[in-house]
Design a protein around this ligand. Structure first.
Ligand SMILES: C[S@@+](CC[C@H](N)C(=O)[O-])C[C@H]1O[C@@H](n2cnc3c(N)ncnc32)[C@H](O)[C@@H]1O
Length: 227
């Protein structure tokens, strides 16, 4: 597999590999103004509306923090985490010993998982790092995996309502670092609209959630009959 296979850029492929030990620390820092990562992840789990025995696919699962949070709140679900990063997956496997979770190394644009087999398909905090063609491919794959009565839940950077809040978040999340690769893709996602990109990918948005303060949002969507 080429170094950048599946990632939006060679730089990101390198950065994910190099930064995987630091990744959880950076995320922990990022959540501090929102009341802490544990509190936020618990809130994200509520947004997913899980029931016992549900099957969940988590695309771009990283180090498995979301999967561990899910299994604390809903221990009877079955989760498959998918990521391209071997460093992230090694950490996820090491920290998640729950029998309900398994991890697969695959490209989220073409996972090889079973069509229509998942009650919930989660994409948490990953789309903003992708170019539009990759985002749309991941969203189409999420739609393919989602059961007809299931839901796709995309958790992403929101747009804080005030300029002051946007500035504070940009400083806190290191958007000011020259060449930060998530800045152009995050801006592009914001301009295009995640809800509109979900609609383009055969998903009908049926719910919207935001954290307080409004730094992170989620769209909950159902697969439409025709793509
Ligand atoms: C910012 S992390 C998000 C991790 C996690 N979902 C969370 O909530 O913290 C983005 C992850 O997406 C993964 N990723 C990026 N592009 C991918 C692709 N095309 N296929 C699979 N994983 C991908 C990266 O390896 C990284 O672990």
């Amino acid at each position: 597999m080429a170094a950048s296979a599946g990632y939006s850029s060679r730089f990101l492929a390198w950065a994910y590999a190099a930064a995987s030990p630091l990744y959880d620390l950076i995320v922990w820092w990022g959540f501090l103004p929102l009341g802490g990562e544990r509190r936020c992840r618990r809130e994200f789990v509520r947004w997913i509306h899980l029931e016992p025995r549900m099957r969940v696919a988590s695309l771009c699962c990283g180090t498995g923090t979301m999967e561990r949070a899910i299994l604390v709140e809903a221990p009877l679900v079955e989760i498959t985490g998918v990521d391209l990063g071997s460093g992230q997956l090694a950490r996820a496997r090491r920290l998640s010993r729950h029998p309900g979770v398994s991890y697969v190394r695959a490209d989220a644009t073409a996972t090889g998982l079973e069509t229509g087999a998942y009650d919930r398909v989660l994409i948490s905090l990953a789309l903003h790092e992708m170019t539009r063609p990759t985002r749309l491919a991941v969203l189409r794959e999420a739609r393919r995996l989602c059961a007809p009565t299931g839901r796709v839940v995309a958790i992403e950077h929101g747009r804080p309502a005030t300029r002051r809040a946007r500035l504070f978040r940009a400083v806190w999340w290191f958007f000011w670092i020259p060449g930060n690769p998530e800045v152009p893709t995050s801006r592009d996602l914001r301009a295009r609209g995640l809800d509109r990109e979900m609609a383009e990918s055969g998903l009908e948005v049926v719910g919207h959630e935001t954290t307080s303060p409004d730094w992170i949002e989620a769209f909950v969507a159902a697969p439409t009959a025709a793509v």
